[in-house]
Design a protein around this ligand. Structure first.
Ligand SMILES: *[C@@H]1O[C@H](CO)[C@@H](O)[C@H](O)[C@H]1NC(C)=O
Ligand SMILES: *[C@@H]1O[C@H](CO)[C@@H](O)[C@H](O)[C@H]1NC(C)=O
Ligand SMILES: *[C@@H]1O[C@H](CO)[C@@H](O)[C@H](O)[C@H]1NC(C)=O
Ligand SMILES: *[C@@H]1O[C@H](CO)[C@@H](O)[C@H](O)[C@H]1NC(C)=O
Ligand SMILES: *[C@@H]1O[C@H](CO)[C@@H](O)[C@H](O)[C@H]1NC(C)=O
Length: 465
């Protein structure tokens, strides 16, 4: 699969100091927080987050510097690490559970490097996360950010970069590995198909790739305004129908509650905008609001819908139906009840669906039999769509991680000199955990890698999730 650059969540946000004090109530501070500026020799700062360089002791990986960077481009995109052999990064993990992994890619002009040869797989803890076969066809593209949610049970998270052939290379510009808040991915969701809605268990242990993350009815939300440094794009390109619906903005305070959606699940900037269906007279509009997302068939998808009643004038007036892929997923959703009778309090619902041959996924919201006239009869604030790994543990095809590692030409692997012993250099790294407050909270040690994978390691590496 080639890179889909329409799906990108990229950010080039310049921060404005005046917004620093605007919002900063979250106390989330990740236990594991690795920010790596690959191929660099100096620290880089993006939105008050410090990315540290990786080392370059391996002769088989190359660090590249963009000699003519775009002055608006964040520092992390000015260097890259290039791998001509299977290579890996290992991150010691202290906090068992779901981790967010972000991989940043940005090609740039550089002599001696033909970006068409960038053909590779990326494996994350035994899952095939990414297959790159055509990086922009020679054009300079990006930045492209790929985001994953991966459960880490053992003490480390391993990211392999595996070129397809001897003549190919792999590369990466920056890597983030961050422990997710415990409430980010619940283990159960509702599985929805044309016959029924039933429980889906074991969600937390699936490898999830974020494919769409949209702020319904509102502006783009950049990592600067998201407590987990996510990007939420606008819903304009996905909003398909909803004649008569309206966008709304809420200037008040979002009331996060214990047990409800936390600020880490969705930031204020997502919950304070929405699209709504409103009835202005005695008849309830006979309509839905519908969003259509590209989603390749053959995988299951987690559809997370974010709701926050910022539109009703009082409690108990908003009831509506929720549909996923045309199937009724939630009938007569009563947000007052779901939020323990508080307006402007966020709620989210997780649905798992099978992606089908249409390669698209639809989400609709519309009035239900319980809807009330002269009131709001449907609302949606945000949508996230994440792909689940398939039965061979891949997010990008029918080959498992072992197959990818074994497909590297054997004769060549034997020429590799294992450099693992030499590569274990510890260094302290200060982590800016609260970028808005700019307070250094803790120090983490990590192994300074990448390390070339010898044949032995490639076969016996940690390929189990
Ligand atoms: C952050 O959010 C505030 C308030 O919504 C907005 O004014 C500001 O432009 C945002 N900043 C960035 C960098 O997105
Ligand atoms: C109610 O309002 C809608 C749209 O404003 C209109 O199409 C409809 O005819 C109205 N219904 C009645 C009963 O007035
Ligand atoms: C709303 O969408 C659902 C699911 O696709 C469909 O069954 C229903 O008829 C739609 N309602 C309207 C008024 O189009
Ligand atoms: C809602 O109304 C439709 C059409 O009148 C009906 O078929 C359906 O059974 C109703 N649903 C409930 C839960 O009453
Ligand atoms: C994802 O991978 C895990 C581990 O390999 C496996 O148990 C699970 O069934 C896979 N998920 C799906 C939806 O096939």
């Amino acid at each position: 699969m080639a890179f889909h650059y329409r799906n990108l969540s990229f950010f080039l946000s310049l921060l404005s100091l005046s917004t620093l004090s605007a919002l900063s109530l979250s106390a989330f501070s990740p236990v594991d927080n690795y920010l790596v500026d690959c191929g660099s020799t100096v620290d880089s700062t993006v939105d008050y987050r410090r990315f540290v360089p990786d080392s370059s002791i391996s002769a088989r990986s190359l660090s590249l510097r963009n000699e003519n960077p775009n002055p608006n481009s964040p520092q992390i995109y000015r260097t890259a690490r290039v791998f001509r052999q299977p290579s890996k990064y290992e991150f010691p993990i202290r906090d068992e559970g779901t981790h967010m992994v972000r991989l940043h890619f940005q090609s740039f002009n550089s002599c001696n490097l033909d970006w068409n040869s960038a053909q590779f797989h990326v494996l994350v803890n035994g899952f095939v996360a990414l297959k790159v076969s055509n990086f922009g066809g020679g054009d300079v593209l990006g930045p492209i950010v790929k985001e994953y949610l991966i459960w880490v049970g053992s003490g480390k998270l391993v990211i392999h970069f595996v070129p397809d052939k001897k003549s190919n290379f792999a590369f990466v510009n920056a890597i983030e590995v961050i422990s997710a808040p415990k409430d980010l991915i619940a283990d159960t969701a509702m599985f929805v198909n044309s016959e029924k809605v039933l429980g889906f268990d074991g969600l937390a242990k699936q490898a999830l790739q974020v494919v769409h993350r949209v702020n319904v009815g509102g502006p783009k939300v950049t990592p600067f305004n998201d407590s987990l440094w996510r990007t939420w794009i606008t819903d304009d390109e996905f909003f398909n129908s909803g004649f008569g619906s309206k966008r709304i903005y809420f200037g008040g305070r979002i009331k996060y509650q214990e047990g409800g959606a936390s600020r880490e699940v969705g930031p204020d900037n997502v919950y304070n905008s929405a699209r709504v269906i409103r009835s202005t007279n005695a008849s309830i509009p006979n309509m839905n609001m519908t969003w259509v997302f590209p989603a390749i068939g053959g995988y299951k998808y987690l559809v997370r819908m974010h709701f926050c009643d910022i539109a009703s004038i009082s409690l108990g007036l908003l009831y509506f139906n929720v549909y996923v892929n045309g199937n009724l997923a939630y009938e007569d959703l009563d947000l007052s009840k779901a939020t323990n009778y508080m307006l402007a309090s966020p709620f989210y619902a997780d649905f798992v669906v099978d992606g089908d041959d249409s390669d698209s996924l639809t989400v609709s919201v519309g009035p239900s039999n319980a809807s009330v006239p002269f009131a709001i009869d449907g609302i949606l604030n945000g949508i996230e769509i994440m792909k689940l790994n398939n039965s061979v543990g891949s997010l990008v095809g029918e080959h498992c991680a072992e197959w990818v590692l074994r497909s590297w030409p054997k004769a060549h692997v034997s020429l590799l000199v294992p450099l693992i012993a030499a590569a274990c250099v510890l260094l302290s790294l200060s982590v800016v955990t609260r970028r808005r407050i700019m307070k250094k909270k803790e120090f983490v040690a990590w192994t300074k890698l990448p390390v070339d994978v010898s044949e032995v390691n490639a076969k016996h590496g940690n390929t189990q999730p």
